[in-house]
Design a protein around this ligand. Sequence first.
Ligand code: PEP
Length: 255
Amino acid sequence: MERTMRTPIIAGNWKLNKTVSEAIALTTALKASVVDVNGVEIIVAPPFTALAAVSDVITDSNIRLSAQDVYSEDSGAFTGEVSAPMLKDVGCDYVIIGHSERRQYFGETNESVNQKVKAALAHGLKPIICVGELLEEREAGRTEAVIEDHVTGGIASLAAAELLSCVIAYEPVWAIGTGKTATPDQAQEVHNFIRGLLAKLSSAEVASQIRIQYGGSVKPENASELMAQPDVDGALVGGASLEAESFAQIVKFDS
Ligand code: PEP
């Protein structure tokens, strides 16, 4: 399937940034900047505390809401956690799962990622499943082995129809927040590997429809060359999503 058959998907991961009032201001400015954009799915992922306020601002707009994490259980004695039904109720369509910062600092594993993916799907949330190698893994020639492990573990035992609701975000850990971007060739090589893997794990048909985002120091200056790669279907943007103008420029990568 041609890249043109997959709607580009640009998501902003705000991480641990923005109070409610700051989130409203950022979203209001972004909404005005992207009002004329068609044919690109635009997503913002504020912290949990700002989801409700941002959801109100983007009502009837072309911006969709994502959370940055979800717990695998729906309810119960799990202090501090937030569940898929709660995220759906507040207006989320997407949820980021398995971000490298969660794997690195909060003990996220392929098993917990897979449980969270299943919980999200069970409640109609689309998971953005993050995978990516550390610098030492790349330097040791282990990139494909790590990606295979993350993808296989993250999507374990999903049905084809469920897989079609997932987005994979390839985020080389050495490129996140470092200002070092993977070259378009490096990104394409891994995206192509992921698509081949998805074809093996599911089918060529499913693999051709799943969107694969690149993440790691995406900026207005490098977005269009990354997006020009045949298997790069979108971007997961951290730092450059914290200002409306830079994120809007990335959203408009092809104009
Ligand atoms: C991210 O948070 O997923 C990310 C890629 O961050 P940055 O764009 O700042 O590298």
